[in-house]
Unconditional design. Structure first.
Ligand SMILES: *[C@@H]1O[C@H](CO)[C@@H](O)[C@H](O)[C@H]1NC(C)=O
Length: 537
């Protein structure tokens, strides 16, 4: 090559490096070895994170405390298992504590109850009908009475629930929907009806299933938006009636084993409208034919589900993506992160990891909504998770496309936990970042209350006060994920750099079911660190 060509090549190289480095967002390694690959992840109101895998896979990389082994004569690998398959991450120290789970939580589901307890249901084999609870506690070092999993002995699910979806309801109970060979719904606390047949789930089943882990969103009218395969219904769960059939979403199946992801955009205004966005998925047949190279789909459908005649508005993401996670940011924008660009869900079935997160800016016009962000370096494919943290970062855990833990094959079992910081956490935005200095600990429906913030630069526009639920993230969908933008007054100055904002709590449980929420003040797109508030009746 001539000298000129080398110079050109060098120039291109510099441009390439710069563009990558200039993309918004930063990555950090939080925990080099969590000991387990998290399949299910949930953030508690004590700023701890429950990480949960499955049980019957032999050794993890984290031992249980001494003398706490699990004895299970039916376990295929270890009849005496002294390894943890669930751990607790303490966000204040980034330390990991082993937890003890007994029955198999493989492809199970969960949801926080109004008192902050995580209800966790189903799974496979001995866990398929289980109810479990985790009552979070304050982590104190060397404390003897640390919280752990409880497996309920007095009740069980009416049907086995493997790959089902849970959603907390306006009255604080939980609906558990679907699962493999269980096209029905049931409730916690259990209702007299037991499992109620839900024919929609059978109607959308195909040769490779595609109706598992349905996308469920509680609409502000109190009904459920349930999406499976490529169809959706508005479902009145109290009378077991389908109220509305939505048009087909083109572009192939979107649920397990072909899952993209789904969110309900932030509820705002008078809460009369709700919009669902579903992005990515596998090409039909990739699972059936076990082809790991089939390109994933890169389209998103967006529908205003509460309109009389709703239609899907289609748009393409910058990348095709299977197994992406859609995370509601405190601002109302959506982060799409993790996943692969080819293949499908299942063991050893995907390739070409998608390392680039993208931001979906809900308020931009179509065509301008996506922004490509700074890529990560760790493939996060099957069995990985993404959760919003109270400080606005996104916790990224797991990835294990193998049946057992395997650190040698391509896309090895991933034990590292990372955090992704969206651009709103950049240092040059620190002077507009609000600090929530005053907020009630509990708020009742419809109640007026004040939030007091401090901020370095003068406030020039409305400071939003947005409440975010803590969902149960698994299989690229966050069960119970919800963001509500509260009605607020403009910020009234109260001393230097201090402002008082009048807020109104959600009107009722259909807008936001009871429970703990992260309350963020958001100033010009920059969120505060959240405070946890319990929303009560
Ligand atoms: C993805 O879905 C869109 C929308 O229906 C469709 O036009 C496109 O052909 C699909 N792409 C692939 C790769 O399947």
């Amino acid at each position: 090559m001539s000298n000129m060509n080398w110079k050109l090549l060098f120039l291109f190289f510099i441009i390439f490096i710069r563009t990558r480095a200039d993309l918004p967002g930063t990555w950090e390694l939080l925990v080099p070895d969590a000991g387990i690959a998290s399949m299910h992840t949930a953030v508690t109101h004590f700023n701890t994170v429950i990480l949960l895998d499955r049980t019957n896979i032999g050794p993890s990389r984290k031992l249980l405390p001494p003398h706490r082994c699990r004895h299970d004569p039916t376990d295929p690998v270890l009849k005496k298992d002294c390894y943890a398959h669930s751990v607790l991450l303490d966000l204040s120290t980034n330390s990991i504590r082993p937890l003890m789970i007994l029955t198999d939580t493989w492809c199970s589901s969960g949801q926080f109850l109004p008192d902050g307890t995580l209800l966790q249901t189903g799974g496979a084999l001995d866990g398929v009908k289980k109810f479990r609870k985790f009552i979070p506690c304050i982590e104190t070092p060397n404390s003897a009475s640390l919280c752990d999993w409880q497996e309920l002995q007095d009740i069980e699910l009416s049907q086995g629930r493997w790959y089902s979806t849970n959603q907390i309801l306006p009255d604080g109970s939980v609906i558990i929907i679907g699962g493999r060979a269980s096209p029905s719904v049931e409730f916690y606390p259990p209702r007299k009806t037991g499992a109620v047949n839900f024919p929609f789930l059978s109607q959308v089943e195909d040769k490779q299933m595609d109706n598992l882990y349905p996308y469920v969103h509680l609409l502000p009218n109190g009904h459920l938006f349930v999406f499976a395969n490529n169809k959706a219904v508005m479902y009145d769960y109290n009378s077991n009636l389908v109220i509305k059939d939505y048009p087909v979403l083109e572009g192939g199946p979107r649920n397990y084993p072909s899952a993209g992801s789904s969110v309900m955009l932030a509820l705002t205004g008078d809460y009369s409208s709700a919009t669902i966005v579903i992005c990515g998925g596998a090409t039909y047949g990739a699972y059936l034919q076990r082809t790991i190279d089939t390109p994933a789909n890169g389209s998103c459908g967006r529908i205003e589900a509460t309109r009389p005649d709703p239609v899907w508005e289609m748009e393409n993401m910058p990348f095709a993506r299977i197994m992406g996670d859609m995370v509601m940011l405190p601002t109302g924008d959506v982060l799409i992160i993790n996943g692969a660009q080819a293949g499908t869900q299942g063991f050893e079935l995907a390739s070409d990891p998608c390392l680039y997160p993208v931001l979906y800016r809900r308020d931009q016009p179509i065509g301008l909504r996506f922004m490509t962000l700074n890529p990560g370096t760790v493939p996060r494919m099957y069995h990985s998770t993404a959760n919003l943290l109270p400080d606005g970062r996104i916790l990224i855990a797991g990835s294990n496309p193998h049946y057992f833990y395997n650190f040698k094959r391509a896309f090895p079992t991933e034990l590292r936990i990372e955090a992704f910081s969206p651009e709103y956490l950049a240092a040059d935005k620190a002077n507009i970042r609000p600090v929530l200095v005053e907020l009630p600990e509990k708020i009742a429906y419809g109640e007026s209350f004040d939030a007091v913030v401090t901020v370095e630069l003068p406030v020039v526009e409305v400071v939003e006060v947005n409440i975010a639920s803590a969902p149960f993230a698994t299989h690229s969908f966050s069960q119970g994920q919800r963001l509500v933008k509260l009605p607020v007054t403009s910020a009234v100055p109260e001393g230097p750099g201090k402002y008082r904002i009048g807020c109104t709590a959600p009107t009722d449980g259909r807008v936001a079911p009871p429970g703990y929420y992260m309350v963020f003040a958001v100033n010009q797109g920059v969120p505060s660190i959240a405070r946890w508030v319990q929303l009560i009746s």
